[in-house]
Design a protein around this ligand. Structure first.
Ligand SMILES: Nc1ncnc2c1ncn2[C@@H]1O[C@H](COP(=O)(O)OP(=O)(O)O)[C@@H](O)[C@H]1O
Ligand SMILES: [Mg+2]
Length: 283
């Protein structure tokens, strides 16, 4: 169980996250939704302790992790691996080495930079890549990969941390619909097969609805919804997204193409993915 108790982060003029209390059972797949600036990233970063809470507490399995320092903090960061929108791979290093850097929490920074990994760690990293369908790229330089491939490598890197929790901050925001599906499918497989809790910030609603057991809605740093996808009414979604509602509902489209198309005629991400698959099957 991961909990936050009245978790708050204040910046000079405002609270990015206000009094957020949550209990997330082990193995749940949670989507955090909200317009940009709602506090999604700040919430995730506090859990991972990349951002220091101003107030409140975080616990995991009954243990307070809010004030951990030194090696205990490193251990906590290994436990809750993070995946980012921009993948954060080292482009000039090969894929396998990128994945192995996920071991640095267990191994020590110097050892990982000198690439002093054991044979069993290398095998573990290859297995992680293989689960993501990326083993064949192990010796390729990371910056030669496509975005979708990079994110799968980043997930493999997270897996070799042997985490209990995977925190994903808008992992598909930079991907096309087909790659977005591959990445979300991978996250859900890891969640189901390994029992790893997944907390995933998602800008758009359809993805959260189709992949997550539970949806948390943030608005101006405040938790305004916490329930199953079925419980999230259209009115509540409009409340969460405010003026961005149309963009959030018509995902898969670029902002430039949003223009004046009536909502009913807009393609959803699923439509686009379906079209792309049909296209592939036909060719
Ligand atoms: N380092 C920072 N300094 C000042 N304000 C920040 C900082 N990081 C985030 N914020 C503010 O906190 C709010 C929440 O940001 P963020 O957590 O990034 O939202 P989201 O991920 O939902 O887009 C925003 O108003 C943002 O401008
Ligand atoms: Mg964010």
């Amino acid at each position: 169980m991961l909990t936050t108790e009245k978790l708050t982060k204040s910046f000079k003029t405002r609270n990015a996250v206000s009094d957020v209390s949550l209990s997330i059972p082990q193995g749940q797949m949670v989507g955090v939704i909200g317009r940009s600036g709602a506090g999604k990233s700040t919430l995730l970063r506090m859990v991972n302790r990349l951002a220091e809470p101003t107030d409140g507490r975080i616990t995991f399995e009954g243990r307070d992790v809010t004030a951990l320092r030194g090696s205990a903090l490193l251990e906590w960061r290994a436990t809750c691996a993070m995946v980012f929108q921009q993948f954060n791979l080292v482009g000039r290093l090969d894929v396998l080495t990128n994945v192995l850097t996920g071991r640095l929490y267990h191994h020590g920074f110097v050892a990982s930079m000198l690439q002093l990994f054991t044979a069993s760690e290398r095998a573990f990293a290859i297995r992680a890549l293989d689960r993501l369908g990326m083993a064949h790229t192990a010796l390729q330089q990371a910056d030669t990969l496509s975005g979708g491939q990079m994110q799968r490598v980043a997930i493999a890197r997270a897996l070799v941390q042997e985490p209990r929790i995977l925190l994903a901050d808008e992992p598909i925001a930079s991907l096309d619909p087909l790659n977005a599906k591959v990445v979300m499918d991978a996250l859900r497989t890891i969640n189901r097969e390994d029992g790893i809790t997944v907390v995933c910030n998602l800008h758009t609603l359809d993805t959260a609805r189709s992949y997550c057991d539970r949806i948390i809605g943030l608005k101006d740093g405040v938790l305004v919804f916490d329930g199953t996808p079925e419980m999230l009414t259209q009115e509540m979604a409009r409340e969460i997204y405010g003026a961005e509602a149309d963009g959030a509902f018509a995902e898969g489209l670029t902002s430039t193409s949003l223009g004046g198309v009536p909502a009913k005629q807009r393609l959803t991400e699923r439509d686009l993915a379906k079209n792309a698959q049909l296209g592939m099957a036909a060719s």
